[in-house]
Design a protein around this ligand. Sequence first.
Ligand SMILES: [Zn+2]
Length: 504
Amino acid sequence: MKRLLLLLSFALLVACNKDDHQIKLTFLQINDVYEIAPLEGGKVGGMARVETLHKQLLKENPNTFLFMAGDFLNPSLIGTMKYKGEKIRGKQMIDVMNAMGFELVSFGNHEFDLKYKDLQKRFNESNFQWISTNAMHKNTDGSTSPFQIKRNGQKKDIPRTYTLTAKDDDGTTVKIGFFAPCINSNPKKYVDYGDFYESSKNAYRSLENKTDFVVGLTHLKQEQDEMIAKMLPKLPLIMGGHEHTARLVPVGNCKIAKADANARTAYVHRLTYDTKTKKLTVKSELVPIDEHIQPDDKVQGIVKKWMAILDDKIKTIINKPDEVVFVANTALDGRDTPIRSTQTNLGHLIARAMAKAYDDKVDAAFFNGGSVRIDDQLQGNITGVDVFRILPYGGSVLKVKMTGRLLERTLKYGRLTKGKGSYLQHYNIDYNPDTKQWLVAGKPIERNKIYTVATSDYLLKGLDIPFLKPENKNVKEIYAPTKDETAYDVRNAVISWMKTLMHN
Ligand SMILES: [Zn+2]
C-alpha cells in the first residue's frame, strides 16, 4: 500500500511538472549608458531604477536576463575625475553594473576611448560576462588575440560567441547563442577590428547547430544592423546600440531594437519558445525609466557614493551643482559627430557664453568641438552638473588679440579638420561657401586688422591647431583671467550665460 501511494504521488509529480516544450524568457536591454545617476534634474534614467525594473521582471519570470549593448565606460564627467590618486575612467560604471547582475555585455566604440591599461583594469574589476565577435586585441608585435580578463589570478579570453542556457520549472530547456559585432569608428593602436560582417556570419554559423536560436548583441549603425539581419534571415532579434534614440526596426523576421541613451528607456523583450515546433515569438516593450520607478536601494547606495565624490570636486568650482540653470526647449546637440563637423546650437551657445564672459568686448569667439565630451543631446532642465558633463575638462577663456591673417588661418584649419576634435565651434563668425570667405560680424576678415577673440586656453597651447601658439608673431596680446572672473572656468561662463537666457 505504502509503495503504491509512493508510486502514485510520484506519477502525480511527473504529471504536474511535465515538460510542455514551452519556455518563456525575458531580456532586459539597455545600451549607450554613460551616466549612473538620473538626468534632467533627476527626471529620467538612473541605473538604480533600471535595477528595480530588473527585479520586477525577475519576479514575473526567473528566466530574466540583463544585457548591455555597448558604450558604457566613457564618456562621463565622473570618469574624468580622480579618486584615490587614479583617474576614475569607467570604474564607477563597473562598480554599479557589478551590483546589477548583467548576463552579457558587448563592446561599443566608446569602450576603446580608454587606454589599454585602463580598459584592462575595468575588465578585471567586472564580475560579468563580456563578448566581442570582431574587436580583438592588437599586440605590440602586430599579432591579434582575444582580449583577456584576469580574475583571481586566472586569465580568460573574451569570447567571440556566448551561449546562454535557460531552464524553466517543468524542465523545458533552451540554448540561445549570442554574437556581438562592434562598429570600427574608433581606431586605436591596441584594437584590431575584424570585418564585423564576416565575423558575425562565422559566429552565427558556429552557433546555429548547437543552439535553439541566435540573438545579436550589437553596437553598429542601424543600416549595418539591417545588413546583418538580411544576411542572417533566421535571426529573430538584434539588441543594439549606438544611435542613442529608441527604435524598433523590423527587417524580415528580425527586429532591431535600440533603447534611448543613458537609460532614459529600456527595452523589455518577452520571448516564448516552443522546443517542439521551434517557434519563437518576441514581444518587445519600450519602458520609460523615470520617476515612476523607485530606485533600488543597493544600487542607489553605490551610485550615491560615486556622486558624492563628483559633488565634492564640482563644489570647488560652483556652489550649487544641482541648481537648474537653463531649460532647453529645443535639444542642445552635443553628440560627437555633429559637434565635430557642423556648427550646433550647443556649440554656438558655448562660444556665445565665452564672448559674454568678456562683456562682449570681443569681436568673436571660438573653441574646439572636441572639448564637448557628452556625446548626447540635452533637453529640459539643465543643471550645473550637466554643464560639467558637457565640458568635463573645463579650462579658462582667454581674451586674445591676433591678426586677421592668423584668425582666418585658424578658422580654415578648423574647417579642414571636420570630423576631428579641432573642428571649431564659433560665435559672430560665418563662412560663405560661395565666396569661400570668412566673416566676422558679417564682414570679410581683413588680414592686417587686429581682432580680439575669446577662445580657450587649451587651443592656445597649439595641441589641436599646431600654429595657434603664444609664440606665433600674429598673436599680439593674451589676457588670462584671474580666479575671481567668470572667464576663469568656461563652465562658469556657460552657466552664467544660461542663467541670463533663462531669466529673460
Ligand atoms: Zn557608440
